[in-house]
Structures are given as structure tokens and as C-alpha cells.
Write a protein that binds this ligand. Structure first.
Ligand code: CA
Length: 403
């Protein structure tokens, strides 16, 4: 909260240059940049890289806004998964499996990670290279390193980015990514790149932006280094006994015999099997889908410490292997929407006369405000959420032009 307020003030200060605060902020930033240049010199970054990458860097107001942004909605897990593991991403993943089969076979051979998991990470991280972020990385990192609330962490990442430029893998202009410094088809942080990235097409450069083989090899190397067990499953869906109130949580690993004794079975009712101890995940409580997860789930989790994220990769990998959707429904009567449905919802709102800009499938504040207005006008519960119920209501409402 405090940080958010501070960031908002900085946005305001930088936006209005006549304000004395802005001059102060600009002077602070220049001083911080000078410190960073000195630190970079001390850590052996060449003068050439320091001059080319850090000269004339200014804070990026859009990065400060992104830092300040705190989503007012906690997204339900079924919304999160419906957008990340939709039919389009599954179909795209299958075509990438065909297209890159020789590279994926080589990655399996070298790193021991299966092709479905590698492609699932690629699909969730960057939509198979389509969404990598467009902000100049050094500028973003300088902004968060000087003005954010985790300055030590981001200063180290900025130095890592300079080291990458120094190594010749990237010129500064080619390093673009998210506001928080993740870049490329694998969305690595610069320090992760330095530790993990591989030149899998052997052209002399580690290029996780422009080279699919480098991105796929680097992803496999990441999972291997995170403890991937070759040939082992991430986990599987299970069935709980009625009124289950036993242990759960990713860190609470138990022997399969223990889970069996608690009445846990595979979803088809068969006995539990698998490599070693497992944890029971209940992402929406005991009334929703339940999963036993093994060590490979932790390896996926390491990529981007969030259980919902790891479940998205795990589910997409299973779907790419040909498995069906999970058997247990989410505990809701208002289903999550695929990206195609989100776009359709926006198109229908626009047809109803709501001003939400273009239908891009991204549910932002304008779309949510329009949903809420529509819900109010139709006497629906006004939760402003882009779910199946409001889409169905829109489908049943003729657009004014058609009336
Ligand atoms: Ca390469």
C-alpha cells in the first residue's frame, strides 16, 4: 500500500515536470543511475556497455504505473486456468510439437525433460513466443532498481542485463521484455539467463528472443536444474473421501501409503502409484478438483513460484499428451472464459454501446466497468467479473442495432 502510494506520487511527479517534486525525482534518478554505473564498473562491466546501455536512460512512467497497479480482483483459479489452457493454446501447442519435433527430441535427450512439459512452459510463458513484452529491458530495470521497493534485487538484475550485453549475446536494443525485467520466449530474468540459457542451435549466441531452439533448450535446462526427474509425472487428479479434512498443501509431503490410508484414490478409483512422496493440492478447497503432486510439480513451480501457474503448465502438458480435461468441476456455477470467449464478450459489450476500446481479449478496468453496468442494467449480481454467466446473458440480449 505504502509502495503503491509512493509509486503513484512518482507517476504524478514525473508526469508534471513543472512541479518541484519532479525535479527532485529526476535528480534522484540521475544520482541513482550514476551509482549504478559505478557499481557496474566495479563489477567488471566494460565501459563500452556502460556507455551504450546506460547513457540517456530515463525512468519509464509506464513501468512505475505497472509497479503501482494492484488488481482489485483476486482472479478465481478457474478464470486463470480457463484463459491459459484453452482450446486455442492446446491446438497451437500441438502444432508446435510437430513443427519443432527434432529440436524437442534433442532437448529430451540432453536434459531429460519431456517435450510436452517444455512446450507447455513455452505456451504459458509467452504464448509460444507471441507475447514477450515490448519494453526496453535496461530502461525498465533502471526504473525499478531506482524507484521500486525491491531495489537491491533489481540492481542485481540490471547488472546481470549489462553482463549479458557485455557477453555479446544481445545488443541493448534487442533486449525487450516485461516491466519487471523478464524477457524472451522463456521469460527469464537476466540473472536466470546467465545461469541457465543455452545456445541450443549452436550459432554462438544464446538467443532466447529470436531462436526457438535456444528458448526450448533453455526451458528444458531450467527444469533439469530445478530437479526434474526424467520419466516421472508431475502428479494426477485424485478423488477424496466424503468430508475430507486431512492434510493438504504443496509442502506437506506424505508417503503414498499414508494418502491411501486417508482414503485418497486416483480419480478413476484405482490405487495410488507414483515416484516417492506426494503432496495433496486443493486449489479451490476440498469441494473442487484435488491433485497429488510429486517432485516434478515442484520443478515447474520453481519457474514462477505460484501454484496456479504450475497447475496451468501441468494441465497444458497433459492436454498436449492427449489427456482429457480434469474430471472434477470447479466449485462454481459461473465458469471461466477462454481467450476467444473473452474477446466475444468484449465484442458483445461494444455492440451494446459500451465504450471499452478494442476487443483484445484482455479483461482490464474498462471491460470490468462495462460488465458491471450491464449486470446492473439487467438485474444480475454486479460482480464485474468476465465469466460464463454474463457472456450467456449478453448472447441472449439483442444488440440495439438489431432491434
Ligand atoms: Ca543460438
Amino acid at each position: 500500500m505504502k509502495t503503491s502510494l509512493r509509486a503513484r506520487l512518482l507517476v504524478a511527479a514525473i508526469a508534471t515536470l513543472s512541479c518541484s517534486n519532479a525535479l527532485g525525482a529526476a535528480a534522484d534518478f540521475a544520482a541513482c543511475l550514476a551509482q549504478l554505473r559505478a557499481q557496474a564498473a566495479g563489477e567488471g562491466i566494460s565501459a563500452r556497455t556502460r556507455d551504450s546501455a546506460l547513457a540517456a536512460v530515463e525512468p519509464d512512467p509506464s513501468v512505475i504505473e505497472a509497479m503501482a497497479y494492484q488488481p482489485e480482483f483476486r482472479i478465481p483459479i478457474w478464470d486463470y486456468l480457463a484463459g491459459l489452457v484453452d482450446e486455442q493454446r492446446i491446438a497451437d501447442g500441438r502444432s508446435r510439437l510437430r513443427e519443432w519435433a527434432p529440436v524437442l527430441a534433442a532437448a529430451e535427450e540432453k536434459f531429460g525433460v519431456d517435450r510436452h512439459t517444455i512446450v507447455a512452459v513455452w505456451g504459458v510463458e509467452s504464448d509460444y513466443g507471441r507475447l514477450m513484452g515490448t519494453r526496453p529491458l535496461v530502461r525498465s530495470l533502471a526504473t525499478v532498481a531506482c524507484l521500486g521497493n525491491r531495489q537491491r534485487f533489481f540492481r542485481a538484475e540490471l547488472i546481470a542485463a549489462l553482463r549479458i550485453i557485455d557477453s555479446g549475446d544481445f545488443v541493448p536494443e534487442a533486449m525487450v521484455g516485461s516491466w519487471a525485467g523478464a524477457f524472451g520466449q522463456t521469460q527469464f530474468m537476466p540473472s536466470t539467463f546467465l545461469r541457465i540459457a543455452v545456445d541450443f542451435d549452436a550459432d554462438g549466441r544464446r538467443d532466447i528472443v529470436g531462436s526457438v531452439p535456444d528458448a526450448l533448450g533453455s526451458t528444458a535446462n531450467y527444469l533439469k536444474r530445478a530437479g526434474w526427474v526424467t520419466g516421472a509425472p508431475w502428479g494426477y487428479e485424485v478423488r477424496l473421501p466424503a468430508n475430507y479434512s486431512g492434510p493438504s498443501g504443496r509442502r506437506d509431503k506424505q508417503a503414498l501409503t499414508q494418502w491411501s490410508a486417508l482414503g485418497v484414490r486416483r480419480i478413476d478409483g484405482s490405487a495410488l502409484d507414483g515416484p516417492g512422496a506426494a503432496a495433496l493440492l486443493l486449489p479451490a478447497g476440498a469441494a473442487g478438483p484435488a491433485f497429488l503432486v510429486f517432485r516434478n510439480f515442484d520443478a515447474i513451480y520453481a519457474y514462477n513460484a505460484a501454484e496456479s501457474y504450475a497447475l496451468a503448465i501441468a494441465q497444458l502438458a497433459d492436454r498436449l499428451r492427449g489427456a482429457g480435461a480434469w474430471a472434477t468441476p470447479w466449485p462454481t456455477d459461473d465458469r471461466g472464459l477462454s481467450r476467444a470467449e473473452r474477446k466475444e464478450l468484449q465484442e458483445r459489450l461494444i455492440a451494446q454501446g459500451y465504450d471499452i476500446g478494442t476487443a483484445d481479449g484482455m479483461i482490464g478496468p474498462k471491460t470490468r466497468a462495462a460488465i458491471q453496468q450491464f449486470q446492473n442494467a439487467r438485474g444480475l449480481a454486479a460482480d464485474a467479473r468476465a465469466g460464463g454467466r454474463v457472456l450467456d446473458a449478453l448472447r441472449a440480449t439483442p444488440s440495439p442495432a438489431a432491434q
